[in-house]
Design a binder for this molecule. Sequence first.
Ligand SMILES: Cc1cc2nc3c(=O)[nH]c(=O)nc-3n(C[C@H](O)[C@H](O)[C@H](O)COP(=O)(O)OP(=O)(O)OC[C@H]3O[C@@H](n4cnc5c(N)ncnc54)[C@H](O)[C@@H]3O)c2cc1C
Length: 580
Amino acid sequence: MDFSQRTSLDVVVLGSGVAGLTAALTASLAGLRAMVVEHRPDIGGTSARSSGTVWVPGSHYLPSPGADEDREQAARYLESLVGNRGERAMWEAFLENAPQMVDDLARHADIGFRPYLAAPDYRQDCPGAAGGGRPLEPLPFDGRLLGSDFSRLAWPLPELMVFGGMMVTRGEALELLRADRSPRAVWLAMRLVGRYLRDRLSYRRGTRLVLGNALVARLFKALLDRRVPVLTEARAKRLVEGDGRICGVELAHNGNTLTIEARRGVVLAGGGFPADASWRARHLPEPVAEYTTASPGCDGTTLALALDAGAALGPSGLDNALWFPSSVAKRADGSTAVYPHIVLDRAKPGLIAVNASGERFVNEAVSYHEFVRAMYRAQGKSPAIPAWLICDRAFIRRYGLGLVRPRSVSLRKHVANGYLRTAPTIEGLARELGLPPKTLAATVNRFNGFVFGGVDQDFGKGNNIYDRSNGDPAVSPNPCLGPIERPPFYAVEVWPTPLGTSRGLRADVHARVLTESGQPIPGLYVCGNDMQSAFGGEYPGAGAQLGQAMTFAWIAARHASGADSADDGGRRSAQHSTTH
Ligand SMILES: Cc1cc2nc3c(=O)[nH]c(=O)nc-3n(C[C@H](O)[C@H](O)[C@H](O)COP(=O)(O)OP(=O)(O)OC[C@H]3O[C@@H](n4cnc5c(N)ncnc54)[C@H](O)[C@@H]3O)c2cc1C
């Protein structure tokens, strides 16, 4: 589509992550003319780097009957987990709409998923937590279907691909590790690598897309099919206000100023502020996270536009972010690799995390979000930022450690560049890390003493199904407990890194942006990490971010189209929001 200096549409969406693409697609499905504006050269934001899991309790993907029951249990769960940290009406709106959203998009736009039946919710200590089925995995997508637009799709994190350009799911990665024992794994390896090699004759990376890249690509394809434009490298200068409502956006693009009229509304979907140091300094806890795995485009500029238009941020929460512990290394080209320790190593048997006193401070198998929260909590007592993950050579051979893949024959490169620290004894490793040698040795001895009985008496590592789902099923009695005993010993340093931010624009159940006094700003909507977390910054389970993002994007677009509720007439009024 060519854009003249004035173009008139129904909905303009700022941001091309899963939230933005879902909003534009839903608007288009409702018969509106929509467009997506992205300020980066590539499409997909942090979503394209993510695992793409979407947390939707009670979806039609669950074996029936059970969906209604699951939704009720999920309400108990969120009530207990979120408490008064988030608005009840918001998470209730999520629970009500999320299943309808996935059903609608599957039926009308082929946005399909499959349930992870063995992915337990993260907080098994809260009533209503499920043992699996709420997280949905995006179906693989063939990038070739995007034609020349494939090159516009943002790349996953290089460290999470194989051979620098081949995507695999976690299940495939686990299967591939069995390639020396299992004919099925050999066949899988041959298929994946064969396809990848063929792809590389024509493309810069593999075209078999999985995880978040597949979800973004599938949404993008649906937009291409419906002729919804995605304009990249366009900077939003201001929101245009007229007749008491937000009715467009002024953009800078290719040296021109474009004014795009948005008759039904503007949707903000800029992914929050994880990538902007000054926003981080203002809103995240001390010591302020220096690194992030989020897209560099998530810099708070959409939030600033909204604040200028009279919007308000939601209340400051416990820490205003969603977290990974990450290790950091220099790439060959000099850029910084930030590796998120999500599920592959911390929960496995034979690893502990220690603070600056050489003591454990956390159950290493908790979710990434809770792990970082424990790092911050420990600060007051003995600093755990950075913390050290400690294991032995046998552990790395079997499970890998961060950037070091399982079965790595030599660790020399990682030791030489300082990513891995090593010593032949635990005391020697402590000296290498600047930790008290006697304390670290005592910590390791005590942990090793828990292995035989299978009970971590200090932190309960492996005590619940979430922990165990990331342990090693071949190890008993506790799949998360194993000894650290065979030299040499290794350590890697981990830091808190926001994968996204949870403080965002205050919104109501229709995803309308609110002012400080709780009044909706007509024509202005928000979704994804630009919106105040409906879960009050808590992380209920895998896919909680994208689940919320897609749901409120769907709600926003449907409200803008008038599909699901009576509009408020579209004028700013003294009337207060319908949040409750
Ligand atoms: C490695 C990794 C794995 C993850 N796995 C999962 C998972 O499996 N499930 C889950 O729920 N969450 C996951 N997350 C978190 C999740 O990816 C994010 O919370 C989510 O992608 C946020 O979606 P969004 O659409 O709000 O923002 P994004 O996907 O970040 O998209 C925002 C886009 O808006 C653009 N933008 C910003 N400002 C402007 C502007 N002013 N004008 C135009 N464009 C703008 C940005 O450049 C960006 O492209 C993961 C994160 C990481 C890093």
